[in-house]
Design a binder for this molecule. Structure first.
Ligand SMILES: [Zn+2]
Length: 197
């Protein structure tokens, strides 16, 4: 029992103390009392959630894709729609969230379908702008899988705009990035766009 308690304490103690210390300072600076009951564990919780929301820095998306690449003759479009996405904008560190739609046309290799949302997670769990996020996902798939082309469309709402009143509520931002045949062949691109509507 004591042993379990000490493991539990250790697990609980496993957070970045530097982040927690700074968050405590922020709480004071905004006029809060960081010692009151509701806030006493907040620095620790923010530290843990911040580490989770930025754990994409510690992961290699190319490795994740390579771990499930298979030689295959299939040469039609592979499309994964409505991939949930949560990221933090690098200007305000506030969430932006929405959906990603990703397609590729294989050229000898396919990838396990679950690895595509994983790739989205790795790039999303870093400080981002939506434009770069879209490009990074496209480039990663193109460079790792070397398919005939990749298409990525992201639709997202940005809390840094909505909460600060910069943008009308519920409006969303769409970004897209294409490579290979999606870039050069209008018909392939419009087929993709039709499929994600
Ligand atoms: Zn922002």
């Amino acid at each position: 029992m004591l042993y379990l308690q000490s493991i539990y304490r250790k697990m609980n103690d496993n957070y970045n103390k530097n982040i927690a210390r700074e968050i405590k300072q922020v709480l004071s600076e905004i006029g809060e009392n960081p010692e009151r009951e509701g806030l006493i564990k907040t620095p620790e919780r923010v530290s843990k959630s911040m580490e989770f929301l930025t754990n994409g820095y510690k992961q290699n998306p190319q490795e994740i894709l390579r771990s499930a690449m298979f030689a295959e003759d299939y040469s039609q479009m592979v499309l994964v729609k409505d991939i949930e996405l949560y990221s933090l904008c690098e200007h305000h560190m506030l969430p932006f969230f929405g959906k990603a739609h990703i397609a590729y046309i294989p050229d000898g290799y396919i990838v396990g379908l679950s690895k595509i949302p994983r790739t989205v997670d790795v790039f999303s769990r870093r400080l981002q702008v939506q434009e770069r996020l879209t490009d990074e996902i496209k480039d990663c798939l193109q460079e790792t899988l070397n398919p005939k082309g990749v298409a990525v469309v992201i639709e997202a709402q940005h809390l840094c705009m909505q909460m600060r009143g910069v943008q009308k509520q519920h409006s969303s931002t769409t970004t897209s990035a294409f490579s290979g045949i999606f870039m050069s062949d209008e018909k392939t691109r419009s087929e993709f766009m039709k499929l994600i509507k």
